[in-house]
Design a protein around this ligand. Structure first.
Ligand SMILES: NC(=O)c1ccc[n+]([C@@H]2O[C@H](COP(=O)([O-])OP(=O)(O)OC[C@H]3O[C@@H](n4cnc5c(N)ncnc54)[C@H](OP(=O)(O)O)[C@@H]3O)[C@@H](O)[C@H]2O)c1
Length: 273
C-alpha cells in the first residue's frame, strides 16, 4: 500500500451517515470541535439533525448541511449521492448508519430483514461505489471510513443477520482498498465492540451493559484511525483481546458462551415484561 499523508479535515466537507444519534452524532461533534470540519449530516430524523446542526454551528462555527434520506430505499440513496457530489467539494465520508435486531432470528419478517440488508449492505456498497469513483476518477484527496463492528470478527448469536452484514462490509471494503489507484484516497474499516447508544438501549441489553464503551471514546478512536488512514481498526483493549481469544480458543468455544450470555439477557428482559 502506498505511503500517504494523514487526512486533514479542517475546513473540508465530510459526510456522516446516521448522524442523528449515537456514534454518528458523536463523530460529527468531534469532527466539528476537534478537527474544524464542515459537515453533511444524513439520517431520517429531521428534528434530531436540525438540533445537531444548530448545536455545532453555534458552538464551533463550522458549516453544516443536512440530508434527510432513508437509506433502506435505493432511490433515496441515489438522490442523496447526487446531492452530496453535486458541487465536487467532498473530502471524506463516514458510512455509519445501520440497524440491528437483537432477538431470535425467527422474530423478524423477510420484509424487515430486507430493510436491514438494504440499509447495512446495499446502501453502503452503493455509496462506496459512487464515492470511490468520485475520488479515483478526479484524483481528489480524501478518505472513506466504513463502520463495521466486532460482530464481523466474532458473530453474535441472536443478531445473526446483523453480524453477517458487518462481516460483509469488512470483507468488501478491505478488498477494495487494494484496488485503489489514487494514492491520496484511502478506505478504512472501523470495527467497534458494544457502545452506549440508542442501538443498545432497552432491557434486552441489561446483562451486557458492562461490555459497552462510552460513545465519545469510540468516536475518538475511530477518527484517529481514519485520520491515519488505517486499513482496519479495533478500538480498546477488551475488543483486541476478544479478537485474539477467538483465534486462540476457536469460534465454537467462544460462540457457545456468547450464545448463553445473550440468551440469558434476552430471557430476563422477557420475564420482566
Ligand atoms: N451500538 C453498538 O453497540 C455498536 C457496536 C458496534 C458497531 N456499531 C455500529 O455503529 C454504527 C452506529 O450505530 P449506533 O450504535 O450509533 O446506533 P444508533 O444510535 O441506533 O444510530 C444509528 C443511526 O443510523 C441511522 N439510520 C438507521 N436507519 C437508517 C436509514 N434507513 N436511513 C438513514 N439513516 C438510518 C439512524 O438515524 P435515523 O433513525 O434518524 O434515520 C441513526 O442516526 C452502526 O453501523 C452500528 O452497526 C454499533
Amino acid at each position: 500500500m502506498p505511503c500517504m499523508t494523514k487526512l486533514q479535515f479542517k475546513n473540508k466537507w465530510v459526510l456522516v451517515t446516521g448522524a442523528s444519534s449515537g456514534l454518528g452524532a458523536e463523530i460529527a461533534r468531534q469532527l466539528a470541535a476537534n478537527h474544524g470540519a464542515n459537515l453533511i449530516l444524513l439520517a431520517r430524523r429531521k428534528d434530531k439533525l436540525e438540533q445537531l446542526k444548530s448545536e455545532l454551528e453555534g458552538n464551533t462555527g463550522v458549516k453544516v448541511k443536512l440530508l434527510i434520506a432513508d437509506l433502506s430505499k435505493p432511490g433515496e440513496v441515489d438522490q442523496a449521492l447526487d446531492d452530496i457530489l453535486a458541487d465536487d467539494q467532498l473530502y471524506a465520508a463516514v458510512l455509519n448508519a445501520a440497524i440491528t435486531h437483537f432477538g431470535p432470528h425467527r422474530d423478524l419478517s423477510w420484509t424487515e430483514y430486507e430493510t436491514m440488508l438494504q440499509t447495512n449492505v446495499n446502501a453502503v456498497v452503493r455509496m462506496t461505489n459512487r464515492l470511490t469513483t468520485y475520488f479515483e476518477n478526479n484524483n481528489h484527496e480524501g478518505g472513506l471510513m466504513i463502520v463495521s463492528s466486532m460482530a464481523a470478527l466474532i458473530p453474535i448469536p441472536y443478531q445473526a443477520v446483523y453480524s453477517g452484514t458487518k462481516s460483509f462490509l469488512l470483507g468488501f471494503a478491505t478488498a477494495l482498498r487494494f484496488e485503489l489507484k489514487n494514492k491520496n484516497f484511502s478506505i478504512t474499516v472501523f470495527t467497534p465492540g458494544g457502545i452506549e447508544t440508542e442501538m443498545t438501549e432497552g432491557e434486552k441489553f441489561n446483562d451486557l451493559r458492562n461490555w459497552l464503551t462510552p460513545v465519545s471514546q469510540v468516536a475518538k478512536d475511530g477518527l484517529n484511525a481514519f485520520e491515519k488512514r488505517k486499513l482496519t481498526h479495533i478500538p480498546g483493549f477488551s475488543n483486541k483481546m476478544g479478537a485474539f481469544l477467538i483465534k486462540l480458543l476457536g469460534r465454537k468455544f467462544i460462540l457457545t458462551r456468547m450464545s448463553s450470555i445473550y440468551k440469558s439477557s434476552l430471557l430476563k428482559s422477557e420475564k420482566s415484561k
